[in-house]
Design a protein around this ligand. Structure first.
Ligand code: SF4
Ligand code: SF4
Length: 315
């Protein structure tokens, strides 16, 4: 199956970085994790498929087994979606029918100050840790006798994790362009394993989150690059609930993101974190609201808002 006409191009990380003068974030822990992903995870993407296939009596039982394994391996959420052309990046071809989508939450305590070294390291920690989940889950699926492909969370994947995760019932699309999960909020990362193993798919949810976003603008107010829109964009396609999507301006986001420790300010300021259940309790004292530091702010880009509102805003 090929991509649809409206599919976005695959991430060309190096081209994107080159366009802003190259990679500039230099944090040794981040570099170490990137090296580990390249050297210890990429070579484990492929594996041998067991010639003796385990036949499940139903797709439901097969899905249950695969999801149970995903949770056992450390996923915080797992679900199944059927892959459609719109879920495939431009120029990529996918033969598999299903995506097993997995998520792992990032720790709130690492996003107490954004952008920061802590938040950048936490993003990479979860890319590695979730990378282990998808690699080992793929090994498990092959051990059952089914071929599959690893779609690593760090990027350069064939499929778009976000629409697949929405179809798999992970939550709803927020104004900031990330999925908001009913209990994890938006602070999590996604990865997938795609396969032809006959599986039962999950269903999207409507928990009222997208409707809530229509009245809340916390992420838009705090976005240093003013990349988060005020209104939904009819030309940006529909989300899984049939709403026009909010279209984050990546041309504004990326230059800031790539020069300020992967920014991510829109995630911890999202009000879906400001709930008791979304905080880390295991022995850590955490704050309800993060400190957002606007280092080296870009010039205001929204003519209607002539100044940035960082770092003080009364709420
Ligand atoms: S990552 Fe930062 S610049 Fe990009 S949309 Fe989020 S808050 Fe804005
Ligand atoms: S901060 Fe508010 S508007 Fe932005 S994604 Fe979260 S709930 Fe939606």
């Amino acid at each position: 199956m090929n991509n649809s006409e409206t599919s976005p191009p695959a991430f060309q990380w190096e081209d994107w970085y080159n366009a802003i003068g190259g990679r500039r974030i230099k944090i040794s822990e981040v570099e170490n994790i990137l090296t580990q992903i390249r050297e210890h995870q990429y070579p484990r993407f492929k594996g041998t498929v067991n010639s003796e296939r385990v036949e499940f009596s139903s797709g439901a039982l097969a899905s249950e087994a695969v999801k149970r394994k995903a949770f056992e391996l450390g996923a915080d959420e797992a679900g199944i979606a059927e892959i459609e052309p719109g879920d495939i990046y431009q120029g990529r071809e996918v033969k598999e029918k299903y995506a097993v989508v997995v998520a792992q939450r990032m720790l709130w305590r690492s996003f107490q100050e954004v952008p920061s070294n802590d938040s950048a390291i936490e993003c990479l920690r979860v890319y590695f840790s979730l990378g282990e989940v998808v690699i080992r889950l793929a090994d498990y699926i092959r051990s059952l006798g089914y071929a599959c492909t690893v779609e690593h969370p760090i990027g350069d994947s064939d499929v778009l994790h976000v629409p697949l995760a929405l179809k798999a019932g992970f939550g709803e699309l927020g104004r900031h362009g990330s999925i908001i999960h009913p209990w994890m909020g938006p602070l999590f990362r996604l990865g997938s394993v795609i396969t032809d193993m006959p599986l039962q798919t999950d269903s999207p949810i409507d928990a009222g989150i997208a409707a809530f976003c229509d009245n809340c603008r916390a992420c838009r107010i705090y976005c240093p690059a003013k990349a988060i829109p005020d209104k939904r964009s009819p030309e940006a396609g529909k989300d899984h609930l049939g709403n026009d999507r909010y279209k984050v301006d990546t041309g504004k986001c990326f230059p800031y993101f790539a020069t300020h420790n992967y920014c991510s300010a829109c995630l911890p300021v999202c009000v879906y974190h400001h709930k008791e259940w979304a905080r880390d309790f295991d022995g850590f004292t955490t704050k309800l609201f993060p400190d957002v530091e606007l280092k080296d702010p870009p010039p205001p880009v929204d003519p209607e808002i002539p100044k940035h509102w960082y770092p003080r805003i009364h709420r």
